[in-house]
Design a protein around this ligand. Sequence first.
Ligand code: PBG
Length: 306
Amino acid sequence: MHIRIGTRGSKLALWQAYYVQEKLEKAGHTSEIVIIETKGDKILDVAISKIGSKGVFTEEIEAQLADGSIDIAVHSAKDMQSHLPEGFELIAFSEREQVNDVVVSHKKDFQFANQPMVIGTSSTRRIATLKHFYPEIETVDIRGNLQTRIKKMEEGLCDAILLAYAGVHRMGYHDKIAHTLSTEEFIPAVGQGSVAIEVHESLNQEKKDVIRFAINHKATENCLKAERAYLRYLEGGCSIPVYGLARISGTNIEMEAGIISLDGLERIALKLTDSIANAEQLGTLMAKQVLASGGDKILKEIKEQL
Ligand SMILES: NCc1[nH]cc(CCC(=O)O)c1CC(=O)O
């Protein structure tokens, strides 16, 4: 079968598209990559929260899925909204790689610790978590793709930056990893480390099946079902510091998730377990318990502040 793969043109997005292409090829399918520029790629100097975060990196891609110009779109799973627009669905999740956030530094003798230093990150989740566990550390806003961020750091903006291991690994910057953050403190963003395949419901079923068979990793899919159900119930957009990580343990799924106030003072992190078959219910139950444990108040405050 021949599959047309739509993707953004950033280096990370292209890595993901080639990764999917390779998996399709191994399963005996040919494919081509179609690069699509989105509004989010064109507007570089305005904070995403100001353009309205919904769909700025996906609208143009979804238009091509809907009219059949492309068969699938490839995304970082963690960048996908918890509610997709009507008619779109995620049909596969690639095997998740190491989920941790990492500290990347250009300084040879860099030591990550709770002592004065400047760390670059624009993620509200990472900023609040640093404030909670490492109050001595100062943060500075840093934007752009990985290459741009590393350049800004080397030019002196900060001592180190916080990134997802997955992106650092995909871009080949292992040698700059100074420290791997524990998932106990830095619970990652929902979906971190997996690549998601989006289609329009009109795509023919045989193609959907073939693509799912070539790319989907069942254990990752179950974990992401729980995590995305959690995010969906909270209606947390990407600028809200909620986190959630599910892992398979035998026939069970173990989930750790919560929310943190923007100043880092109030942090909720709960653990729940259920059987794999109840992955989605587990995510929803987690959201209800996080809200009931004070998360509702934190979420309300965050929405007022952002
Ligand atoms: N928010 C941007 C983004 N989207 C996906 C990744 C990395 C790859 C992944 O986690 O799947 C990153 C960079 C980062 O957070 O450091």
